[in-house]
Design a protein around this ligand. Structure first.
Ligand code: WTA
Length: 651
């Protein structure tokens, strides 16, 4: 679904198909009817604080009980005040005294086809050893550990090891550039860097350590770098600073008590794009996040002990944090991790994995689904997917046609689909069908989860009517909410709590239909969603303008069949001539500044950017041009939009 003005989206989203939960599915569900959902929802709504307090007592291990459920000093929330717990304990130790100690915690497959399974007991041991490694390098509670690694079990082990000793992890997706790593390391004052010699991607090696070396030259706070051997290349190792993972782990004891941490002890920072050039370090803390990840996992995926659950997200994103690692492991689930690309060696790799491991629940992104559609049904049909019982999507809206394809071709018309709306900031899923209880409509994330209290408001803060687009807000704090932006309380207040006082502003437009179903309509700010990943247009523009030849740049998201949105940039040059060479140079420059995921798909040169009288770039006009809705003649060299702009002097 493309972002854009609400009228446009309303008119294309006339979706009336309704898919009730299959009876057999409902009868085996924890929440097996709409009435049961409504009852739970109403109970939570009547007293959200009591609701979450009761769940926290039930679901988490408490070294010391909390004495206050919520301390709300808007916009700063403290949940389960005075309590002491540990996320790694809840994910591991809690299961060791049960039959689950010999259950598979992580089933992993590398891109080349290598496989590993770690039971809860084995995972516990590895986490303890790595926690001791961190301690041996002087890491103490509150220190920040920067993680730039491929999807290997060690990535999850590292996250859990940090959680065990109260260190704060900052996972940086392994597609980001050295510049981006350094920016994040400096903002977080990271003390330790974790990486690997390289990563496998479509049969090739990405030299992660080389990128990290460049980043560490500009990350003065990082004292040590631990390098996992993954691909077996020979990276340079800097004496005194760099250590091989296996050397340190070999010497480490497997005995490491989980630290008794304050409920509000920071668990992780995760950087995400906002509407300004600088990425925001979203801060999540211990008990509230843990409870939220666990409960939402159980509710939305209707988890059963015998399930094999696969969330295809990378741990570099929030989805990987909450639904590869923390949610499933707290719930004692078996979580699948896959290292590589969906089209390696063939375009059926996902289906092969599902068949091989008899996966029951698949949680992936609409951008992946659109790619699968393009690659062809035969890749799916080649495999036995009868183990699947539930499908999920996340990251952006799913086009109804892609939804239907997912339902028919992957789900064999028998699996409910949970379209889950949430954000890095929310910590876990906020709106989604409960698969045994709520009838789905393709393209709608349906209803809020119990304890989630959304509203849709106009800019003056008044509720809008049925089917009217407006700003999506949350009217009550929830345990998984972000606790702030790392080191920037003002920006936190400004970004989320100032436009509508007293409410959390999600930054998305949405509407509610006559059945009370929510439909997300895209962002209200300059954030674009490329292949399910958030990017700020301003970050891309800043990267371009940092090139010596560029005078001014405007980046916009245009509709793209596979990626949802693609990045189109319009550039004015202060030196040099528009050329194919310059175009490639600018693409390379953005890759270097931000990373491959931000490389513009289109680079267009113009002698001036179209602006309104008040000087604002006319983004809507640029979007129309990028989408071919405006005829601009020859686009190979220098374009001139002044005439178009004067026809449409709009803001
Ligand atoms: C968008 C990802 C429509 C939305 C978990 C949100 C969605 C942003 C959906 C957060 C969905 C996510 N339907 N839009 N089911 N899920 N979005 O922080 O714009 O990477 O604000 O978190 O993605 O992206 P983030």
């Amino acid at each position: 679904m493309s972002a854009g003005n609400s009228g446009q989206i309303d008119s294309v989203m006339q979706e009336n198909r309704l898919f009730p939960p299959p009876e057999e599915f409902s009868s085996n569900s924890q929440i097996g009817s709409f009435e049961a959902y409504q009852e739970l929802y109403d109970k939570a709504k009547a007293d959200p604080v009591a609701f979450w307090g009761e769940l926290a007592r039930q679901e988490l291990h408490w070294f010391e009980p909390f004495n206050e459920t919520l301390d709300w000093q808007e916009p700063f929330a403290k949940w389960f005040v005075g309590g002491k717990t540990n996320v790694s304990y809840n994910c591991l130790d809690s299961h060791l005294s049960t039959w689950r100690r010999n259950k598979a915690a992580i089933i992993w497959e590398g891109e080349p086809g290598d496989q590993r399974t770690l039971t809860y007991q084995q995972l516990h041991r590895e986490v303890c050893r790595f926690a001791n490694v961190l301690k041996s390098l002087g890491v103490v509670a509150g220190d920040v550990v920067s993680i730039y690694m491929p999807m290997t079990p060690e990535l999850a082990i590292a996250m859990l090891a940090c959680a065990r000793i109260g260190a704060v992890h900052s996972v940086i997706f392994a597609g980001f550039s050295a510049e981006s790593i350094a920016d994040r390391n400096n903002d977080a004052q990271a003390k330790i860097q974790l990486t690997s010699d390289g990563a496998w991607r479509r049969g090739k090696v990405l030299p992660l350590k080389a990128t990290v070396d460049e980043a560490l030259d500009k990350s003065p706070t990082v004292e040590h770098c631990i390098v996992l051997r993954r691909v077996g290349n020979d990276p340079a190792m800097k004496e005194g600073r760099d250590h091989w993972w296996h050397d340190l782990v070999d010497e480490a004891s497997d005995n490491c008590e989980a630290a008794q941490l304050d409920s509000e002890s920071p668990l992780f920072i995760l950087y995400t794009s906002g509407s300004t050039g600088k990425p925001k370090g979203i801060k999540h803390t211990t008990a509230g996040y843990n409870l939220y990840a666990k409960k939402t996992f159980q509710w939305v995926f209707d988890h059963k002990d015998e399930d094999i659950f696969w969330c295809t997200a990378d741990c570099g994103w929030i989805t990987g944090h909450s639904y590869v690692v923390y949610g499933p492991l707290s719930a004692g689930a078996t979580t699948v991790m896959y290292e590589g690309a969906p089209n390696w060696p063939e375009e059926d790799r996902f289906w092969e994995l599902i068949e091989k491991y008899r996966i029951n629940i698949l949680y992936t992104a609409p951008t992946a689904i659109r790619a699968f559609i393009k690659w062809g049904d035969h890749h799916v049909e080649k495999h036995d997917l009868s183990s699947l019982r539930l499908l999920g999507t996340v990251g952006e809206g799913i086009n109804p046609e892609a939804w239907i394809w997912y339902h028919n071709i992957v789900g064999g018309e028998r699996c409910p689909i949970v379209d889950t709306w949430w954000q890095t900031e929310t910590g876990g899923i906020m709106m989604s069908p409960l698969p045994g209880a709520i009838a789905t409509k393709p393209g709608s994330c349906t209803k809020p989860l119990p304890g989630v209290l959304p509203a849709i408001l106009d800019p003056a803060g008044n509720p809008v009517g049925e089917n009217q687009g407006g700003w999506l807000v949350m009217t009550h704090p929830w345990p998984g909410m972000l606790r702030g932006i790392w080191g920037d309380d003002d920006r936190y207040r400004e970004q989320y709590w100032s436009k509508v006082p007293g409410k959390y502003l999600a930054g998305d437009n949405a509407r509610v239909d006559s059945d009370g179903y929510y439909w997300i309509m895209g962002r209200i700010d300059d954030v674009i969603n490329v292949a399910g990943h958030r990017l700020s247009t301003i970050e891309v523009e800043s990267a371009l303008v940092s090139h010596s030849a560029v005078a001014e740049a405007a980046a916009i998201g245009r509709t793209d069949e596979i990626k949802g949105q693609a990045i189109a940039v319009f550039v004015t040059l202060k030196e040099g001539e528009p050329s194919e060479e310059m175009r490639n140079e600018l693409k390379l420059h953005v890759r270097k500044e931000i990373g491959a995921l931000a490389v513009p798909d289109d680079v267009r040169f113009t002698n001036t950017l179209p602006k309104t009288r008040s000087g604002k770039i006319m983004r809507r006009l640029l979007r129309d041009i990028a989408e071919g809705k405006e005829e601009v003649g020859d686009t190979s060299t220098l374009e001139d939009y002044t005439a178009l702009a004067s026809l449409r002097d709009e803001s």
